[in-house]
Write a protein that binds this ligand. Structure first.
Ligand code: FDA
Length: 393
């Protein structure tokens, strides 16, 4: 029976990076992927241009039961290291906004570069096969694949990602393996996902579906200032995707439509100049018109600007700074960009990603309870954790 030094399950960003690093260290590596192509999420990410990292990436851009866990890997293989890797492969890139780096051309360039490095490092890639059984054998593991192959490995790396987008081959495999070897799994839920509303609120939102606006969106003590979008199902856009990772079912979110200047002062001055315009029309100086009309009505204001007292305008300003709404749920794993939660980091070594009480077993990438914000952070975690494990397997 063949014995590999390393078997890696899952050929996503984390699995491929780990395979390259292990192969470069002279390890014999087999990479097993149940889809017929590696790196499918890289290919579709960032609208096909892959937001592959973020210039400002740091541990504070991640959610985890242990916020310190990601520090070591992110420091040992940082965004600067991955940018240097991208440059070495002559992949042209640009910063879009907020430090988010995207390929100028198709994201498949990154997959091709990863595949090229795997070839050079002697990594054997098996596509279209899955693991049907795994068990501890001596100091290593014995695995059987769906094509009947049986082999052993000294190190087993689980890089099968989270549960988001089951249509693309996402499974809960990593969590099952973790539990089988005595590791805990924290609560998992969809994150970076649009939020949805019940029929009553949706009926009110109908006229503004498709309207986008910049806003500060908060859940509890966390806020993000980015665009939000009203949809036929609820709310989407970067600000909403970001806050979805912090929002809990049953809670309200607060939206601040503050335009960056005093709403009261603006409306009072407009009232002096043209008091006969409708309140919703006056508000359209700083908000999309359809949204302004809905918000004015929501606040109980009707009629012309001249009809509004200072007190009412002050109340409107306060209302627009803290517009509260309670989502009923999210669009779920069907559209979520990531899975929040995962393999409990308490059971892992933060330098190597090895399970503390199951020597030779490693977990990397999205499967682990380290979840990044929107903006290239999740890929950076995949590169960093994959690279770190690759130095130890
Ligand atoms: P990933 O999910 O990429 O790879 C896991 C691999 O394991 C897959 O190839 C899967 O088929 C395979 N697999 C699963 N179960 C298996 C099993 N039982 N046996 C064998 N193989 C198995 N992030 C970011 O930083 N910038 C961005 O622009 C985007 N954009 C984006 C868009 C969309 C639509 C989505 C869904 C997600 C993003 N993300 C993102 C998130 C990012 O794609 C994600 O965090 C990383 O791909 C995670 O990398 P992993 O290698 O950990 O898992």
């Amino acid at each position: 029976m063949i014995t590999y030094d390393v078997a890696i399950i899952g050929a996503g960003a984390a699995g491929m990076m780990c395979a390259i690093e292990a192969g470069k260290r002279g390890r014999t590596v087999t990479l097993i992927e149940h889809s017929d192509k590696p790196g499918e999420k890289i290919r579709i990410s960032g609208g096909g241009r892959c937001n592959f990292t973020n210039l400002h990436c740091g541990p504070n851009n991640f959610l985890s039961a242990n916020p310190h866990f990601a520090k070591s890997a992110l420091k040992r293989y940082s965004q600067r290291d991955f940018i240097a890797w991208i440059d070495r492969h002559r992949i042209a890139w640009h910063e879009k906004t907020l430090g988010q780096l995207f390929c100028d051309g198709p994201a498949t360039q990154i997959i091709d570069a990863l595949r090229g490095e795997m070839r050079e490092a002697g990594v054997g890639v098996r596509l279209g096969v899955s693991v049907t059984s795994h068990m501890r054998k001596g100091e290593g593991f014995e695995l059987r694949l769906s094509d009947g192959t049986l082999f052993r490995c000294r190190s087993l790396v689980i890089a099968t990602g989270g549960k988001s987008i089951p249509k693309m081959g996402a499974t809960g495999f990593a969590y099952d393996v973790a539990r089988a070897y005595g590791l805990d799994v924290t609560e998992t839920r969809p994150a970076l996902v649009p939020l949805t509303f019940g029929p009553e609120i949706l009926e009110r939102f109908k006229p503004i579906a498709g309207v986008a606006v910049d806003a500060i969106v908060s859940a509890g003590k966390t806020s993000f200032e980015e665009a939000l979008l009203f949809t036929h199902r609820g709310l989407s856009g970067p600000a909403i995707l970001q806050i979805s990772s912090y929002w809990r079912e049953g809670e309200e979110i607060s939206i601040n439509f503050q335009p960056g200047f005093g709403i009261f002062d603006e409306l009072k001055s407009q009232r002096g100049e043209n008091g006969r315009q409708a309140i919703g029309t006056a508000m359209s100086v700083f908000l999309p018109k359809r949204l302004a009309q809905l918000l004015a009505a929501d606040c109980g204001l009707t009629g012309n600007l001249a009809d509004q007292s200072d007190k009412k305008l002050r109340a409107l300003e306060a209302w627009l700074r803290d517009w509260r709404i309670k989502p009923t749920g999210s669009e779920g794993y069907r559209t979520a960009e990531v899975t929040l939660g995962g393999i409990d980091t308490a059971g892992l070594d933060s330098r190597s990603m090895e399970a503390r009480h199951a020597p030779g077993l490693y977990f990397i990438g999205e499967a682990v309870d380290v979840t990044g914000w929107l903006g290239g952070f999740n890929f950076q975690w995949a590169w960093s954790s994959g690279w770190s494990a690759g130095q130890h397997v």
